[in-house]
Design a protein around this ligand. Sequence first.
Ligand code: ZN
Length: 130
Amino acid sequence: MTACPCGGAEFRTCCGPLVEDGVPARTAEQLMRSRYTAFVLGRPEHLWRTWHPRTRPSTVDTGGVEWTGLTIVEVSGGGEDDDDGVVDFEARFAGPDGPEIMRERSEFRRRGGRWVYVEGTDPRSSSGPL
Ligand SMILES: [Zn+2]
């Protein structure tokens, strides 16, 4: 059994079905985890198809960063009966001078029955839209 990059016990029953087969996420957190996993595994097509058309880039690049771990800090909404949600997380990566942490508050919305990523802000910066 292979551990899931997002921290889940097993890739096959965690982010695997979402990333590999396009199975819809049930919750915003599940989509958030699968998108982190897609970055780790270099699966830009999963990122693209789960990105809101209004905010997604024309191409998605997953290269260049060695991600080393994900921690979900706080989840607000984003449940199976919700239409939007916010996931606050920390993603660790290997920087040029050692381990670094990226902090983001990601906004998700249900669109046509499927969760999509809208945009993210750094909750530590006071100048963000939130
Ligand atoms: Zn996972």
